[in-house]
Ligand binder design. Structure first.
Ligand code: SF4
Length: 417
């Protein structure tokens, strides 16, 4: 199978699987649209690292507002909507997924209208887990009030160092407790075998996603962060279904084929970078081009690695869900995070680290309490800090960042020589 290899460095080598990705995501939205319009299935909203498996096992179609937030960011529309949320009392300093999503809702606009939706899917219930941040509870509460529907959640302790049995039991008990409300809304009884099945599928999807990301340990890497940020869609929104499993088999096969044929994501990979923090959704493609022209591949990131819940175990679905969703990077202590990062720097042969300090996401900006200094002492790997935001382009100075990135790569070049 031949693949087009570009001559211009900024011309990226596209993954063929992007067509299957479009189909898989298109079918997901079609299922949601059909359920919304016909009322044939109930709709649950879920946070991106919430109990998706439980919801799918109970027959809900599951909608993820963070995925919608990322769509608004990638569509470069967030700054059009954020001021409306601000006018309704939401600070411009809190999560710009939240402010752009609520702002767009108040303006009655959504990118889903292009796919035939009249508006975002109306929830029958909202389900969150605070493992990632407290913002999600406030975000979902806005919609619970607006639609006058039930909201249930799992409260996870923050900055976990030791994942002790008390924490696991407390989270597992909360999984049990939300079932009563879910049953009322779903109009069916919880079935442990269906839950086991969803947990098993989620596990399999996560293992495949992990294998996809691991392919970037190969030098040169067949995939970069900008590809992964797009191809992670199914593991976020279809975790716990066979759709995600089927898609990642296709993507994995393509990456294996690329390695066999020595096709790399960046045509002339010389430097390998770790991306710490959130993507800048409105700059994905220009950044991908910039790094490619600098012969630099961003081979690994905290963000994409966050959806590897390989502790899920169908033989013990409650406790293993509690473990998997408490083990998540964002919810761990600085010491645990540092150990994870050092391991990843080694595994992916990292030459430099970029910390994205995202103005409106404190929980996913890990350079705020000196981690970058501790890690350079420990590993000697140079780093660069970039100020920006996940969705709000007004927080990002492109000119300044490009100069900083080019200078950083020059430094790596000097170090290499
Ligand atoms: S983790 Fe950050 S980006 Fe995600 S919902 Fe929370 S504040 Fe927003």
């Amino acid at each position: 199978m031949s693949e087009h290899v570009p001559h211009d460095k900024s011309e990226l080598v596209k993954l063929r699987s992007v067509n299957d990705l479009r189909t898989t995501m298109g079918q997901y939205f079609e299922r949601l649209r059909e359920a919304t319009e016909t009322g044939s299935r109930k709709i649950a909203w879920c946070t991106s690292v919430g109990p998706a498996e439980l919801l799918y096992s109970m027959g809900f179609e599951v909608y993820f507002p963070e995925n919608h937030g990322a769509m608004l960011g990638a569509g470069k529309n967030a700054d059009k909507y954020i001021p409306t949320a601000v006018a309704h009392g939401y600070s411009p300093d809190i999560c710009s997924y939240l402010t752009s999503d609520i702002g767009a809702f108040l303006q009655n606009e959504t990118p889903l209208q292009k796919s035939g939706f009249k508006s975002i899917p109306r929830p029958d219930i909202l389900v969150y887990n605070t493992n990632q941040c407290r913002e999600v509870e406030d975000w979902f509460s806005f919609y619970a009030r607006h639609f006058n529907v039930p909201i249930v959640g799992i409260q996870t302790p923050l900055c976990i160092s030791d994942l002790n049995p008390e924490i696991i039991k407390s989270v597992s008990d909360q999984y049990h407790r939300i079932i009563t409300e879910l049953e009322k809304v779903a109009g069916r009884t919880f079935d442990i075998d269906r839950f086991r099945e969803a947990v098993g599928l989620s596990h399999d999807g996560c293992v495949l996603w992990s294998q996809v990301l691991q392919k970037a340990t190969h030098i040169p890497s067949p995939i970069n962060f900008f590809d992964s940020a797009i191809h992670m869609g199914p593991i976020v929104v279809m975790r716990g279904t066979s759709h995600a499993v089927d898609y990642y088999k296709i993507l994995l096969a393509e990456l294996e084929e690329r390695i066999e044929n020595n096709i790399s994501a960046v045509p002339e990979e010389r430097f390998r970078i770790y991306w710490e923090g959130m993507p800048l959704w409105y700059k994905l493609s220009s950044m991908a081009k910039l790094f490619a022209t600098l012969d630099t591949c961003i081979v690994a990131s905290t963000y994409c690695n966050s959806w590897i819940f390989d502790d899920l175990d169908p033989s013990d679905p409650f406790e293993s869900s509690a473990l998997a969703y408490c083990k998540l990077f964002i919810v761990r202590s600085e010491t645990v995070k540092e150990k994870v990062l050092v391991r990843l720097f080694k595994e992916f042969t990292i030459h430099g680290i970029i910390y994205h300090e995202s103005k409106t996401c404190a929980r996913n900006s890990n350079n705020r309490f000196g981690m970058q200094n501790r890690l350079i002492k420990q590993t000697g790997i140079p780093y660069l800090e970039i100020n920006g935001d996940l969705n709000d382009p007004r927080c990002y100075s492109e000119e300044q960042s490009i100069i900083a990135i080019e200078t950083f790569i020059d430094q790596l070049e000097g170090k290499k020589n």
